[in-house]
Design a protein around this ligand. Structure first.
Ligand code: PHB
Length: 390
């Protein structure tokens, strides 16, 4: 027996994009269902980056029970470090905006609790096999429930918010794929028990490669250093990891402590060629991936769904198709700006394995061009804190 559910919007994926979209739709009186293949526990404990743009924070803070202002911390700047010296990019002074450090899984705990409290139909352990009928007025999601029994969702619109290995993407892009870029390096990431080494995040370019000194809480820190994409996260001793990190932030002494998690994060830039086909759209990582150097991932997902929620309101409440017809082009403008910024931060700060002396000195010239100029620092500050959502 196949269980069939009928709803207005079927959202695949209970990450930031899917949950924020269900919240925005509910606020307009549009019913939705959210399904995710993962368990609630997996979603709430998978560690991801956590820099939120001011616009993302304003949206999250307005949702009942949000802890973004109590558990998260505001950052009014970052430090760019190169050639042995630090240069502060003062967001408050340059653009009057800020970012918040609030780990994504904490934001997800808030969102899941708020959606469930509001009566949202939110189901975990649901595996989507395919989406059909994109070109009809009632697209369908074919899935299986946690027991393996077939489940079919019939909706007016289907949204794939199911991450980079999206099961919905094929229904939108067909064989078209998208635009890719691979990078010849990755990040070796650690979580350690130590106090913060600095008040703000440090993005450091050094002759040995890039390092990022980030934070999680007063007692837990997150740090990364550029490594080979094939690196084995368990091949280095803790002493070797600290030695590598210390060398990459010359001029700063890092507070060391026991390392309790390590991972290697591969870098990729990707934008799907199509973001919508008929009554099916893809958002967030299902539609695009950015390298983490610009801290844009979750913010871009939220921006996609803010625009999509407006377009769906017009379509589903007023039968107005203009918004949805223009949605992909509108979303793409921000997506490519974020792609550019993420690529730019990455290429400006990392050292490629084949870099010549010319490349190295040119890179220092580029970094100096940014920090020595009000316009250069303001460009970075504006992009990092997030362009306006309207
Ligand atoms: C993180 O804290 O994990 C983090 C912060 C900033 C980035 C990337 C990752 O650009």
């Amino acid at each position: 027996m196949t269980e069939t559910i009928r709803t207005r919007v079927a959202i695949v994926g209970a990450g930031p994009a899917g949950l924020v979209l269900s919240h925005l739709l509910a606020a307009s009186g549009i019913e939705s269902i959210v399904v995710d293949q993962r368990s609630r526990e997996e979603i709430e404990t998978t560690i991801r980056a956590g820099i939120l743009e001011q616009g993302t924070v304003e949206l999250l803070a307005a949702i009942d029970g949000s802890r973004v202002h109590t558990v998260g911390s505001r950052h009014d700047g970052i430090e760019l470090r190169f050639d042995g010296a630090g240069h502060r990019i003062d967001f408050a002074d340059l653009v009057g905006r800020a970012v918040w450090l609030y780990p994504q899984h904490e934001a997800l705990k808030d969102l899941i609790a708020a959606r469930l409290a509001a009566g949202q139909d939110l189901r975990f352990g649901v595996t989507v096999a395919s989406v059909e009928g994109a070109d009809t007025s009632s697209p369908r999601v074919r899935a299986t429930d946690p027991t393996g029994a077939p489940l079919e969702i019939e909706a007016d619109f289907v949204v794939g918010a199911d991450g980079s290995r999206s099961s919905v993407r094929a229904a939108v892009t067909g064989a078209h794929g998208g635009y890719f870029r691979e990078y010849p390096f990755a990040w070796f990431g650690i979580l350690c028990e130590a106090p913060p080494s600095a008040e703000e995040l440090i993005y450091s370019n050094s002759p040995d490669g890039f390092a990022l000194i980030s934070q999680r809480s007063p007692t837990v820190q997150r740090m990364y250093f550029q490594c080979d994409p094939e690196a084995d996260p368990h091949a280095l001793s803790e002493a070797e990891i600290w030695d590598t990190l210390q060398k990459r932030v010359p001029g700063t002494t890092l507070a060391e402590g026991p390392i309790f998690q390590r991972d290697v994060l591969r870098f990729r830039s990707f934008v799907a060629r199509d973001l919508r086909r008929g009554r099916v759209a893809i958002v967030g990582d299902a539609a695009h991936t950015v390298p983490p150097t610009g801290a844009k991932g979750m913010n871009l997902a939220v921006a996609d769904v803010i625009l999509l929620a407006r377009a769906l309101e017009a379509l589903l409440l007023r039968g107005d198709e203009a918004g949805i017809d223009g949605w992909a082009d509108a979303a793409r403008q921000r997506i490519w700006k974020a792609q550019h910024f993420s690529w730019w931060m990455t290429s400006m700060l990392h050292v490629t394995p084949d870099a010549t002396d010319f490349d190295r000195l040119r890179q220092l010239g580029e970094l100096r061009t940014v920090v020595d100029s009000d316009a250069g620092r303001a460009y970075l500050a504006e992009a990092y804190t997030g362009w306006p959502l309207d």
